[in-house]
Each structure stands twice: as C-alpha cells, then as structure tokens.
Design a protein around this ligand. Structure first.
Ligand code: PMV
Length: 350
C-alpha cells in the first residue's frame, strides 16, 4: 500500500551572481562575516543559480547540485547544511527541506558562484519555511530584504550584495553589527555589460576563505585599506556620472591590487594563469589603440570580466573571439536582482 500525503509547495529562487568593482578582501571577523573594507558591485543578469526548496517528510535535509545529492545526516558539517541550520534557527522553524540547485555558469573559478549560490539558497529556504514567495509577506515574518541579505552574508560574504539588483554597496561599518548593504542605483541607471572571458573553468585551487585570511600578512594590505575610501569615492562618482573611462581605470587598479595582495600574503596565492596575464596585456594594448572599449576586473580566479557599454558588447565579443578563438565567452549585463516563485501545486506526493 502506498502512503499519500499532501505535497508541500516548492519555492524556486533565481539569484544572480555579482561582479565587484571594489572587492571585499579580508575579514575583520570571519565568524561574523565582517569585511575589512567597503565594497561595491554590479549585480549580473544571466550568470545565476536556480534553487528549489520544499518541506520534506524525510528526517533530514537533502541538497542536490548537478545530479549529486548529499544529506544532512551524512554530512552535517557541510557548509550548505550549516547555512540551512542558521536560516532555520533565525526563522524559528525546524522543518526538513529537500533542495535542488544548479548554476547557469561554471562554478568555483572566479565568477562568484558562491554569491549567487548562497543568495538562492537563502531565498528558497526562507520562502519554503515561511510558505510564501511574496517579498512583503517575507518581511512581515521578519525576513526583510536587509535581513535576507544578512543571512546570505553568513553563507558567503559576496552573497549579501546579490539580494539587490543594479549597483550595490556593502558598507563595513565600525562594528560587525553596523555593516549595511544597499542598492546605490537600480539596473536602469547605466546599461553596462560584463563579458566574462573564461580562460579556465577548472575549480580554483585555493578557497577565498583561505585567501581572505592570507591577505592580512601582505605588506600591501594596510596601504590598500587606507586607500579604500578614496577608491570608493572615485568609483561612486564614475557610476553616478556614467564615466566609463574613470570607472575602467579604477577597477583595473583595484583588481590588480587585490591580486598583488594575494601574491604577497601568507600563504602566497596566485589566482592568475599565464593566460590571464597575456589577456590583460593584450587588452591594454588594443584599448590604447582605440580598438577595444572595455576594461577588466578579475575576481578570485583566472578569468577576466570585461566591463563595457551594452551598446558595444557585440563588437567587443566579436573582436575578442577573432583574437582568442579558443576561449569561452559569457555575455552578461547589469540585472534587476533575484526572484522567488512558488511552483504550481503538483497534486500529491506518493
Ligand atoms: O564571498 P567570498 O567570501 O567567496 O569572497 C569573494 C570575494 C571576491 O569575489 C573576490 C570579491 C567580492 O567582493 O566579491
């Protein structure tokens, strides 16, 4: 005899990645996820994680990613299950959840999959536990966007910015409890594109958690922190004035500074591959000749994000493809932020 029980609703969160123009690099407190500095990012549109969560009659949580399933009874210390436990205790719920997730782009290689991943995980779990896909209802149950951003941050720092669309600032504040994440401009303010040049999709050898810690030993780190307020101001002004040249110059300096800190920290970490350096030299030369109106930033991985006007994106793609025929390109652009939807009720679970 089969037992039938009412199926619980499934909630799907689709959350974009984001690319930092000013990087969050180094943590003042790893436990509280308090960053060493303010950061500012652009939320993307196409590079996203789609995660579906539903309450489950099983006596444990399960998480499936790309056809691999893990369960909380077998892997209680896995970062996904630690995050789910945090969400449950924050929301005062103890239902078990069954979760499936997938990315629209390669993971763990500097395209901030942890940002979209923990953002989507937070939103889908909160929606399933509180049984709503409505942002106002979530807020009424104590999960405002700011609180969801706070929860997402505890999974992965950069995830806190993906809760908002457009251009997003994460202010470190004077204490961990004073940090704030907010949208500075919506996606309609400035139509920028991010052409991601995938030079390698191999997972990175050193996690960003290790690198955040290693940064403090670099002799370049304190000078970096001293220069952050002025860099934030330059980048804020550039976005406000839609001045791509000022933005571009500063984001390249910023990315190179972050990687110089990686290369001079303890342990020494080199996220660049030979191709990264070759590509950046080529980009600078072509831009100087007026053939490539794009500027680069590089996260914790070997891949290059080319920032340009959406109007120029197709020309940039054509030109890069002609000169780098073997690399994969992902076309992305500033986006409006995550969505949550309740799947139509699908009868009874058997
Ligand atoms: O979110 P984490 O802890 O994986 O750190 C990522 C940091 C960078 O992506 C390199 C920069 C940033 O601000 O997103």
């Amino acid at each position: 005899m089969t037992t039938q029980q009412p199926s619980s609703a499934a909630f799907t969160a689709s959350a974009p990645s984001n690319i930092a123009f000013v990087k969050y690099w180094g943590k003042r407190d790893a436990e509280l996820q308090w960053p060493a500095n303010d950061s500012l990012s652009m939320t993307l549109s196409n590079c996203k994680t789609t995660t579906t969560a539903r309450k489950s009659p099983q006596g444990f949580d399960s998480f499936s990613f790309k056809n691999l399933t893990i369960t909380s009874d077998q892997h209680p210390d896995h970062k996904v299950f630690r995050h789910i436990s945090r969400i449950k205790s924050k929301l005062n719920r103890n239902d078990h959840l069954s979760i499936t997730s997938d990315n629209s782009f390669p993971s763990d290689c500097g395209i901030a999959s942890s940002a979209s991943g923990f953002c989507a995980l937070t939103l889908s779990c909160a929606a399933a536990l509180l049984d709503t896909d409505n942002w106002d209802d979530l807020a009424a149950y104590g999960s405002t966007r700011a609180q969801l951003s706070h929860m997402a941050r505890l999974g992965s720092g950069s995830a806190c910015r993906s809760i908002y669309g457009g251009y997003v600032k994460w202010a470190a504040g004077d204490s961990a409890s004073e940090q704030r994440v907010q949208q500075s401009w919506s996606h309609e303010h400035w139509a920028l594109a991010d052409i991601i040049v995938v030079l390698s999709s191999a997972p990175k050898a050193v996690s960003s958690s290790v690198a955040h810690q290693a940064a403090w030993a670099s002799p370049l780190f304190q000078p970096r922190l001293a220069g952050i307020p002025s860099r934030m101001q330059i980048i804020t002004n550039a976005i406000h004035n839609k001045d791509l040249e000022s933005l571009g110059r500063e984001i390249e300096n910023e990315a190179l500074e972050m990687h110089a800190i990686c290369m001079t920290g303890a342990p020494v970490i080199n996220y660049f591959s030979e191709k990264t350096s070759a590509f950046l030299s080529w980009l600078r030369a072509e831009r100087t000749c007026g053939r490539l109106p794009a500027w680069a930033t590089v996260d914790a991985g070997p891949n290059v994000h080319l920032i340009c006007r959406q109007l120029d994106a197709e020309d940039v793609i054509r030109f890069v493809k002609k000169n780098w025929p073997d690399v994969q390109l992902i076309k992305d652009q500033v986006g409006s932020g995550p969505t949550i939807t309740r799947a139509p009720r699908g009868g009874l679970d058997v």
